[in-house]
Design a protein around this ligand. Sequence first.
Ligand code: PSV
Ligand code: MN
Length: 425
Amino acid sequence: MIIGKNSIEEVNKSQLTEHTAAVGRLNEQLASKGVTSEDIVNKLADFQVAIPSWALGTGGTRFGRFPGGGEPASLNQKIEDVGLLHALNNSSGAISLHIPWDIPSDPQGTMELAKSLGLKFDAVNSNTFQDQPDQKHSYKFGSLAHINKDVRDQAVAHNKEVIDYGKTLNSKALTVWLADGTTFPGQGNFRNIFQNTLGSLKEIYAHLPEDWNVLVEYKPFEPNFYSMAIPDWGTSHLLVNQLGDKAQTLVDLGHHLPNTNIEQIVSILMMQSKLGGFHFNDSKFADDDLTVGAIKPYQLFLIFCELVDGMKNTDNPDLSWMIDASHNLKDPMEDLLQSVEAILIAYAQAMLVDQDALKAAQLNNDVTLAQEIMQDAYRTDVRPLVAESSRIRNAAINPVSAYRDLKVREELIKERGENTISTGL
Ligand code: PSV
Ligand code: MN
């Protein structure tokens, strides 16, 4: 299925009067504070968040999975789905592949399909947390950190292979997430685990093309529960610092213990020019992989405040943005549209913070005023600006309602059937 510009225009027609009025009201409100929205709308329209190839099918928990109909069964179908999202919201212009779930066996054809839908290939992700059928050594007790050098070599070779696949698609980064760690005290030696991880990453780093980066994720627990090889941003930072300029830390919002101040981590990493990428999701507990903004939208806003500040006032390199969520209950496509909207809302609100007034309040230790300034931006309903950023690029004023009006899921079920199974988590 392909959504043409005309279909979107048709759907937008019925919402245009109300939308134009809402933009007008908000512009008036912002003008009274000396803010013009044009620059904000353009920045929103330029912002692209990659969709991971594994998020387009229904996810599950270890207790079960309840797949929906019309799910993409091949890489090309996944790319087509991201194309549909991008046509609807203009902000999903990239796809992030997971190897070996989505090996591009025909890179030329895959590139052409993506290009025709306006999509690029973002970071490629390696997988050494599952054993593959033809693999010599098992990753049961680890991969890049494994005590046995043969296993580490195999995991390093896999990561190099992922880089090589990524090169054929013009990707520019490799993301490494390690499941390595220990589940019982005494199972491993912490220093050996760190040194093995570093040694393996050094070999992978040496295989990076000149214009590539390696992004190193961290996570405090799961699947190992006593220790993880890279449990936190400090460990990731130690590793990327020793690797070199092409290595950065990647922050996945779900990879923190409850109440961690993620915005502070963002700020410090950007100060060090070491924040390379972002995986968006939301959670009540830890790595719940829920829709972005569903549980803690204020935290998301505070994180974006640091991102906006860091992008303006530090030398941190451009970031890879990606959604890393699992859609167990909702239609994955609707869930992804909601996530992207939540990201754009937080971004727009963060751009509204009166930075001069905030600096003055900080200078005076005026804590009350500082809070008022932050919350004034957060409590502004910026949805008309997000909708406008989509409309000016010929996408939908309201992507979720357009998805329903255009009966996208029904069409996909007609094309692909009720019982397709998507590869992935
Ligand atoms: C597991 O927590 C995870 O979500 C990591 O964040 C990776 O980015 C992703 O799976 C896929 O490898
Ligand atoms: Mn992640």
